[in-house]
Design a protein around this ligand. Structure first.
Ligand code: C2E
Ligand code: CA
Ligand code: CA
Ligand code: CA
Length: 275
């Protein structure tokens, strides 16, 4: 038994060092990709399902590396956060997407809004973050009321005072604040009373099996009611099927995002289909 245990430790260590190497490799390639501007922005439509009108987009980063192939965003975002690379990635998303939306909006009667994901790590220096957001929007001529910040509840758990002040400043400036993956993060909703929040974004796990899983539909409904009573907007993500859309419409949640309407698209694809 002793010997077996020893072998397990060896295997375990090997697994760990393999995983570490992989991470280091991704990190190194990511640095290079940032430097060579190989990171793309994809756009996923946000729809008002009552009228099927396109109201805005969420910017999502995409990276395909020569050596590694396609690396999923969850994977490289997590590594970027640890390696101190989240800020340059964010700058890419901000700049590319803002300039793209401004250009699309030139030909539109109803301007599109832009949502960008912000990582909790970025609120470690809230003052310079606020400053830079304002600078980028002004440089790319995107009106603050067309700009939306998506943060998860974990952002609100850390350095609350400064984070709150930063979010307040951004909101006063006209920017909307959305809580992404709502319902998955934090067990107490007391922050909803004190923090400057505009929108709850129902996590797709609650949308996924609305039909089979009764408790999921109850949760989705509860979030919609919560938003209503707090006078917040609500949007559902991960809407893939008609029955999900119908359920949401029936409960007065009409802003939607998901494969039912479109997966995230490159700017060329988005232009062809939606502009
Ligand atoms: P997220 O912010 O929750 O983004 C939504 C994710 O759900 C996206 O995955 C999107 O492609 C996917 N999705 C959209 N509609 C559907 C659907 O109907 N069904 C299913 N199954 N999935 C759907 P993606 O693009 O792989 O991004 C994963 C995560 O990576 C994002 O989750 C976000 O947390 C992070 N991420 C992506 N881009 C950025 C970024 O620029 N900055 C930061 N901080 N995080 C980012
Ligand atoms: Ca998001
Ligand atoms: Ca989400
Ligand atoms: Ca997510």
């Amino acid at each position: 038994a002793k010997k077996q245990g020893g072998n397990q430790v060896v295997i375990y260590n090997e697994e760990i060092s393999k995983a570490k190497n992989k991470k280091l490799q991704i990190e190194a390639r990511l640095r290079k990709a940032i430097k060579n501007e190989e990171i793309e922005v994809y756009y996923q439509p946000k729809i008002d399902a009552r009228t099927e009108v396109l109201t805005g987009v969420e910017a999502l980063l995409r990276w395909t590396d020569e050596e590694l192939g396609f690396v999923p965003p969850d994977v490289f975002i997590a590594i970027a956060e640890e390696a101190g690379l989240i800020h340059p990635l964010w700058e890419i998303a901000m700049k590319k997407a803002s300039s793209q939306i401004t250009s699309w909006n030139k030909d539109r009667a109803r301007p599109l809004s832009l949502a960008v994901n912000f990582s909790a790590k970025q609120f470690q220096d809230p003052c310079s973050l606020v400053k830079q957001v304002k600078e980028i929007l002004s440089e790319y001529q995107l009106a603050p009321n067309l700009f939306e910040i998506e943060i998860t509840e974990s952002t609100l758990l850390f350095n609350t005072k400064e984070t709150t002040r930063a979010l307040e400043t951004l909101q006063e400036f006209g920017i909307s604040i959305s809580i992404d993956d709502f319902g998955t993060g934090y067990s107490s909703f007391s922050y909803l009373k004190t923090l400057p929040i505009n929108t709850l974004k129902i996590d797709r796990s609650f949308i996924q099996d609305i039909k089979e899983d009764h408790s999921n539909s109850e949760i989705a409904e509860a979030i919609i009611n919560l938003a209503r009573s707090l006078k917040l907007h609500v949007i559902a993500e991960g809407v893939e099927e008609d029955y999900q859309k119908e359920f949401l419409l029936k409960h007065d949640c009409y802003h939607m995002q998901g494969y039912l309407y479109s997966k995230p698209l490159s700017k060329e694809e988005f232009e062809r289909v939606w502009v």
